[in-house]
Design a binder for this molecule. Structure first.
Ligand code: ADP
Ligand code: MG
Ligand code: ZN
Length: 476
């Protein structure tokens, strides 16, 4: 039995999906030629003045409201001073003592159970530029397109107790960001970044242990892997009674380990002070109220409604609501044909598989809820077999063909004609005397062989229920 309890707190940076940057009018577009989306403000020229982007504040407030934070009516932008080539000003505008929002919480789902994780604070800041190191040329380039892109930093309380919970927390946060349509939440592209703080303590000890902060986590998988590694590394250290130091560690995804990067830096190392170029951010109650009214139904509420109203399992509800568009697709399909569990099965298997293969979202796909509803209904009405339905799904998905038309044009109607099926069954029995003998001698498992033969002859169109029944009549 492990004697140490794992304590984790996460700091997440999410890029806000505004058109322009946080303090200037430059575009935030991703993937443009280096340094085209820059101006004297975001390039850090002396004498320029920042002007706060209202939309960025709006998005930050929406996120804060969605996780039940208290919005501070007055927050302060501060300069966090440090030198780095991708930061021409020599400081990053952030918030320290008076953040935009505090004291929130979020519900996460771990193995079907709900757990509450506290949100310490959400503050606004600007992103830095990017360094591109060219090994072949032996030089480094600076791209300032990202400099000044609005970010929110979401800091959790140390309430997370396992790598698995950390992963669930990140998914929950990302789900909300996407549902609000304020961030792409893409870890691989860097629009959703996470630093993970982790420490261990003996069970029952009230004080926390010494933590390390892990950086360079660019996928959900890596977060979980890095934390698992860190649990075992820290466990070994504690068991060996080695002295722990607070430090920042880097995750090496190739080796699956973390390595020490530097001792922990403190807030005072950055000489934070209020930015004299930016007035305090004052948010009035009226604005907060109107933004609160605009909030959509959030993922956890939607999951619970799906479980309650559609009576689908929690895992189905969780998966389907992980993308707002997918959940919308599900609901519109169920509106057309009220078989929620069957529809969720089709979405979780066939639809998600095709979407993954095509690398697109359901919004970009040509398949419509009408198509899926018709397909499921045809199977229920025994117009086509499940096998045929699955066979034609790929075409419905890729071309948006009406499945009813497809079935007619291709002559795929299920064969439910008793005498025709009897004739085919008799053919199969006649052609396989050995198997018939074995079956009658007690090898009842051969039933599936006979069914398979009939399906082969009918190209999967035979009504399986009828086939089974006729075979039993003939063989037993
Ligand atoms: P800093 O600003 O120096 O990074 P904070 O006190 O703001 O430090 O904490 C940052 C994150 O670390 C928070 O998410 C917090 O929950 C988490 N944290 C703080 N102490 C611990 C600890 N002992 N073990 C694990 N996580 C911790
Ligand atoms: Mg930190
Ligand atoms: Zn600019």
């Amino acid at each position: 039995m492990n004697k140490y309890e794992t304590i984790i707190g996460l700091e997440v940076h999410a890029q806000l999906k505004t058109e322009s940057k946080i303090f200037c009018g430059c575009s935030t577009r991703f993937g443009d030629e280096p340094n085209v989306n820059t101006c004297p403000v975001c390039a850090g020229m002396p004498g320029t003045l920042p002007v706060l982007n209202k939309r960025a504040v709006e998005y930050a407030i929406k996120m804060a409201l969605a996780v039940d934070c208290r919005i501070n009516s007055r927050s302060i932008f501060a300069r966090k001073n440090y030198f780095y080539p991708d930061l021409p000003k020599g400081y990053q505008v952030s918030q320290l003592e008076n953040p935009l929002a505090e004291h929130g919480h979020i519900v996460i789902l771990v193995e079907g159970r709900e757990k509450d994780i506290g949100i310490t604070r959400i503050h606004m800041e600007e992103d830095a530029g990017k360094l591109i190191h060219s090994l072949s040329e032996g030089v480094s380039y600076v791209d300032l397109n990202r400099s000044g892109v609005p970010l929110i930093e979401i800091v959790s309380e140390p309430d997370i107790r396992s790598p698995q919970e950390a992963s669930a927390y990140l998914r929950a946060l990302r789900g909300i960001l996407r549902c609000l349509n304020i961030s792409d939440g893409n870890m691989e592209e860097g629009s959703f970044r996470c630093d993970a703080n982790i420490s261990l303590r003996p069970y029952g000890q009230p004080e926390f242990g010494v933590r390390s902060e892990i950086k360079n986590l660019n996928s959900f998988r890596n977060v979980q892997k890095a934390l698992e590694y860190e649990v075992s590394r820290q466990t070994d250290m504690l068991l060996d009674r080695e002295e722990m130091v607070q430090e920042t560690r880097l995750f090496d995804p190739d080796k699956g380990i973390t390595v020490s990067m530097r001792g922990k830096e403190e807030a005072h190392d950055y000489r934070y002070y209020p930015d004299p170029d930016l007035v305090p951010l004052v948010v009035d109650e009226q604005w907060i109220m109107s933004l609160r009214r605009e909030l959509p139904e959030l993922p956890v509420a939607r999951i619970n409604r799906f479980i309650r109203d559609y009576e689908i399992p929690a895992e189905d509800a969780q998966l389907i609501t992980s993308e707002r568009d997918l959940a919308d697709f599900f609901e519109r399909t169920v509106d057309l044909y009220a078989e929620p569990k069957k529809i969720s099965n089709w979405i979780m298997t066939e639809l998600l598989r095709e979407l993954n293969q095509a690398g697109i979202t359901v919004k970009e796909a040509v398949i419509r809820p009408e198509h899926l509803a018709a397909l499921v209904k045809m199977v229920d009405d025994q117009v086509i077999s499940t096998k045929i339905a699955k066979n034609i799904f790929a075409e419905v998905f890729s071309k948006g063909t009406d499945p009813e038309k497809l079935v007619k044009d291709k002559g795929l109607l299920q064969i439910s004609d008793q005498s025709e099926l009897e004739r085919i069954v008799d053919e199969v029995i006649e052609a396989n005397p050995d198997e018939v003998q074995k079956y009658r001698g007690g090898r009842k498992k051969l039933m599936s062989f006979f069914v398979g033969q009939v399906m082969k002859k009918t190209k999967g169109q035979a009504n399986p229920g009828l086939v089974n029944q006729i075979l039993k009549d003939r063989l037993d």
